[in-house]
Design a protein. Sequence first.
Length: 282
Amino acid sequence: MIFKFTDDCMVGVDLIDNEHRYLFDIINKITGVVEKSDPEIDLERGLLEDYIEQLIDYGEVHFAHEEKYMEDNNDAELPRQKREHMMFMKKLKAVDITELDNSEKREILKDTLKYLTKWLYKHILGSDTMIGKVRHISDIAKDEGSVCEFTDEYLTGIGSIDEQHRKLFEIIGRAYTLVESEFMIDKYDDIMRILDELEEYTAVHFSDEEEYMEKINYPYINAQKRAHNIFMGKLEDKEFGEADEDQQEYLTDLLDFLFSWLGNHILKMDTQIGKYAAENNN
């Protein structure tokens, strides 16, 4: 199996994109050795150990470059990124196959590869593609006088999808207004109920959108599904902030991210559905 660095993984920063592409290359080298029908010679030469060491070394270099770029650009996502990078490196460094026989090496690395590729896709699509793109809702409200307004730039030209996008913006805006309310002291439960509503409605929207893409034979539906799964994962993890010391800050950061991710996804990917439908008379 070859793990592809696809267009939907592009961040738009050459340094980061090139390094992500190289990480995929190293993982594919490991996969190539593990999946060979008779990899005994390669295993005995220590190729897998070399590739893993290369992946660890390059991962540390890449994460340092990525964090430096975010720091230089005052990116609000930097603390979240650092936590995710640390978790990845901890998992990677825990892989030790030096004292295993060839059969054991293959089994350990098969499981490791599943984790690495799943994590890498999730991290790039759910976090890295948002580098430099997370906008604070409060700043938008100050500049534009509205909270989470669904403007014409987000229109796809597909009526049902546009209406559902408008509803998603409205739900996020309602949650944000409650977060910022000075008159509600114990509001966490009410906000979580709105976020539950957002999760349920998002699931319906993604299902409808994917059904529409299948109907028109949209060629990039798999990339859309990957992105949808990442966003749903973020929503499903929302309860993790319940024990956070500063729930106000946690919820504000979460809503900033959800709003920015959704807007970026619509502009970058969903508008292409409308263009394809129009070009193919669907």
